[in-house]
Ligand binder design. Structure first.
Ligand code: MRU
Length: 347
């Protein structure tokens, strides 16, 4: 699946498969303005760290096109402000800022190029980012498929699949590559409350690919591991600190702790763009808090009494000590991560 993020270059429109409605409905949301893109990111029409990074590139194109349509004034100041708004749409996945920074660097390098010419360059760059992301995911798959043995069961949390990237996926890319290498495997998808990325998106993707998948409640993890039903865990990441501490979907840290308890290897699969060398460790990673109603309601039905507050932290941080390896497009990084991450980033 590579058409869930589609850019119409002529119309300067971004067509996004609405991930909120899957698996029961496939509807496209069309973004024409910066505000459209920011909303699509915030309500999670599009989600997943690399997909957010790619969306940032197209969002940057839409924002400049909009400023050009309006005409007049200082387009440079307006565009700087627009890029700041885009970069702030969601706080945890560093790929969003990475994508915006890449466009800013292109702009700086273009010198005093006029806005119309710059827009075409930004469209080229955004399309290149999209194509690169698919190639990077395939490289992650090749680098990581060895962690899955023939006949094994892989547990994953959230959705780190084609939908969360430009295509193929990171954690699911590793699973897809293992399958392509001829291994027989099964996947357990944690349902991933409250947005249900595992139940709705991971299960949908894997079923479409003919990969055996079973959905389990998040709180079944200990039972499944204790019964020997899980051989290896592979998850994605939203931000990896310089020391290897990894932010990913809420619940991931608990899975890692259980994996350690039961002696099960726990891998993170992510592109180098998810590593933030400016964040020294996990304590410095901002954790997004999302609207209470995502927890308070289920399928449109209220499931908490009126007036009871809820916690809706969208991510948690898994300490590097619980991670067996970080699978990147540059290969499988092992501890000590401060050293291996720095080497991978400088290579
Ligand atoms: O809130 P989301 O759905 O954007 O969170 C996504 C995740 O936590 C994914 O596991 C992560 O972005 C990796 S995607 C390849």
């Amino acid at each position: 699946m590579e058409d869930h993020i589609r850019f119409d270059r002529e119309q300067c429109e971004l067509h996004l498969l609405d991930q909120r409605l899957l698996p029961t409905e496939e509807r496209i949301v069309v973004c024409r303005t910066l505000a459209d893109v920011v909303e699509a990111l915030q309500v999670m029409v599009v989600r997943g760290a690399p997909a957010i990074g790619v969306t940032a590139g197209f969002g940057a194109a839409l924002a400049l096109a909009e400023i050009l349509r309006r005409g007049g004034g200082d387009w440079r100041a307006a565009y700087d402000a627009a890029l700041d708004v885009l970069a702030a749409a969601r706080p945890t996945a560093v790929n969003l800022r990475w994508g915006v920074d890449r466009i800013r660097r292109l702009w700086r390098a273009a010198g005093d190029m006029d806005a119309a010419a710059l827009l075409e360059r930004i469209k080229d760059e955004a399309l290149a980012m999209q194509a690169e992301d698919i190639a990077i995911c395939r490289a992650i798959g090749r680098a990581g498929e060895g962690v899955i043995g023939d006949g094994q069961t892989v547990l994953t949390h959230c959705n780190a699949g084609a939908l969360a990237t430009a295509g193929y996926g990171t954690a699911l890319g590793v699973i897809r590559a293992a399958r392509e290498a001829g291994k027989r495997l099964r996947v357990i998808a944690d349902e991933t409350r409250p947005f249900l990325q595992g139940a709705r998106l991971t299960a949908w993707e894997l079923q479409r690919d003919g990969i055996e998948v079973t959905v389990a409640c998040d709180n079944a993890c200990a039972l499944l591991m204790g019964r020997g039903m899980v051989d290896v865990v592979v998850v994605g990441a939203d931000r990896i600190a310089a020391n290897g501490d990894t932010a990913n979907k809420i619940g991931t840290c608990g899975v890692a702790l259980l994996a350690r308890h039961f002696g099960i290897p726990f891998y993170v699969a992510a592109p180098l763009s998810t590593i933030d060398p400016a964040t020294p460790d996990g304590s410095a990673i901002p954790i997004e808090e999302r609207p209470a109603d995502e927890v308070r309601c289920l399928g449109g039905r209220q499931v908490c009494p009126d007036g009871v507050p809820v916690y809706n932290f969208a991510f948690d941080v898994t300490p590097a000590a619980f991670i067996s390896g970080i699978i990147t497009e540059k290969g499988l990084l092992k501890p000590p991560y401060a050293t291996t991450i720095a080497a991978a980033l400088s290579a």
